[in-house]
Design a protein around this ligand. Structure first.
Ligand code: B12
Length: 408
């Protein structure tokens, strides 16, 4: 058994920030750390957090103290979270509660084939993305090299077989070709999977930056994904938006309050600033003018800005009226645009959308402009009820909707 370095409370404090340390202490005292176990120099446990399924947390100790950490919680990339603190305090105060488990290699070698099949099936159910790993050949270091030129060298014909049949030059050429092509395909597929994994990791870091309200992190991760040639729409849909969705969930369950939500919104905006030029440049033909605004009483503007970026990307010129926009401002803009987009994120501000439409009707300009509505609480039925021309649940379908309404 490896000897682990002696941890102290100050090591743990230095590993995390004061807030997480304090909350981790609470978690430790309340017994949130369950099934603690040790595998070599790695400490693992499950920790009861804010979701029904406990988080998986693990910390690896090295000669200098804590070497590496990971937790499946939303802020756990790098394992500097309260769950990791609870695990470390458990190790510090109650090392006797840790059961020792074998390292993965030994544990797998001990299993029968049937048991391994059950384990793999279970993993695939939980992580369907792993299925691609099964389709890949398992490479050893030697096999990873390109095939050598002779059939025998690359295992297509054994020395014994070649005594009975000497392949003709064209047979050799054809088999070599098939073998090389297969090798190249395998390499290609493997690098695709690696690339996908790397991208998923990037997006995880980007999501965490939004969730933690880390403006610099969101900028850096967005730039990193752009530099890695990721599709800007992918960065948006797999990184920034899921991060914001998680923030909404944490707010709803009472773990996040307004300051955290505001910080997350700023991080999201920082990421969007990086993406804006790329999203907008995907289609540059100017096709019309659209006025966009969040209705009076409502300051949520992230969704509205996204719709603007996507419309810009589709070649529209955007007249951005901002947020908390009085109905009169929409009326003023109406004569200058082909469509108006109204956004509302609060159920209490949805009626302001109807006021805008009424004002357009009263001014006699309702038929000259299309009105599209959107925002999380808005539905197609609501749009119909207030007499809007269209509704879209998200930014990309908003582009199709506006184009459709304008016959573009
Ligand atoms: C970030 C945020 C904030 C930030 C806003 C910062 C900003 N500059 O926008 C801050 C901290 C300021 C904030 C404040 C408040 N918030 Co807030 N906020 C959120 C949060 C977490 C995310 C909203 C967001 O940006 N989503 C991401 C974007 C991309 O999605 P989206 O806006 O839905 O937009 C997409 C679609 O809806 C659509 N779309 C949007 N607009 C349009 C327009 C058109 C024309 C079309 C076609 C499509 C379309 O396309 C977009 C892109 O796909 C939500 C929770 C959530 N899960 O939504 C709460 C949430 C909206 N907030 C809420 C509340 C209650 C408030 C406050 C009242 C809190 C308070 N006690 O003060 C204040 C309101 C202040 C005000 N007067 O407006 C509630 C609303 C509840 C309700 N049903 O009314 C929510 C749902 C949280 C909750 N679960 O309770 N908030």
């Amino acid at each position: 058994m490896i000897d682990l370095p002696q941890l102290t409370e100050s090591h743990i404090r230095a590993w995390t920030d004061p807030g997480s340390f304090g909350r981790g202490q609470g978690y430790y005292r309340a017994g949130h750390t369950i099934t603690p176990r040790r595998q070599g120099s790695t400490l693992k446990a499950r920790c009861i957090g804010s979701r029904p399924e406990p988080y998986c947390v693990e910390i690896t100790l090295g000669p200098g103290g804590i070497a590496r950490g990971e937790c499946s919680c939303p802020v756990g990339a790098g394992g500097h979270c309260k769950h990791a603190v609870a695990l470390l305090l458990t190790w510090l105060q109650r090392p006797d509660t840790f059961t020792t488990v074998e390292d993965v290699e030994t544990a797998l070698e001990r299993r029968s084939k049937a048991e391994l099949v059950v384990i793999i099936r279970r993993m695939l159910e939980r992580h369907p993305g792993l299925e691609q790993v099964l389709e890949l050949p398992i490479f050893t270091a030697a096999e990873d090299a390109p095939p050598r030129s002779s059939l025998e060298a690359n295992g297509m014909v054994s020395a014994r077989q070649s005594q009975f049949h000497s392949p003709t030059p064209s047979e050799i050429e054809e088999t070599e070709f098939v073998r090389c092509r297969r090798w190249a395909e395998q390499r290609e597929r493997r690098s695709c999977v690696l690339e996908m994994e790397m991208r998923a990791m990037d997006y995880k870091a980007l999501q965490s930056a939004v969730i933690e309200g880390d403006v610099e992190g969101a900028t850096r991760e967005s730039q990193r994904a752009i530099a890695a040639d990721a599709d800007p729409k992918d960065i948006l849909n797999s990184g920034l938006i899921p991060g914001m969705e998680e923030v909404g969930r944490l707010y709803e369950e009472g773990s996040y309050f307004l300051p955290e939500m505001l910080a997350a919104a700023q991080a999201m905006k920082a990421g969007l600033t990086e993406l804006r030029p790329l999203l907008a440049e995907q289609d540059v033909e100017p096709v019309g003018r659209v006025a966009l605004g969040t209705v009076q009483g409502d300051i949520h503007d992230i969704g509205k800005n996204l719709v603007g970026i996507m419309l810009e990307g589709a070649g529209f010129e955007i007249v951005d009226l901002g947020a908390d926009v009085p109905p009169e401002a929409f009326l003023d803009a109406a004569s200058d645009v082909q469509a108006i987009g109204l956004s509302a994120l609060l159920t209490t501000t949805m009626p302001a959308m109807e006021q805008v439409i009424e004002m357009l009707e009263e001014a006699g300009v309702r038929d000259e402009v299309k009105v599209v509505v959107g925002g999380a609480p808005v539905t197609g039925a609501f749009a119909e009820k207030i007499g809007a021309d269209g509704y879209s649940p998200d930014a990309s379908s908003a582009v199709r909707k506006v184009k459709g309404l304008l016959g573009i």
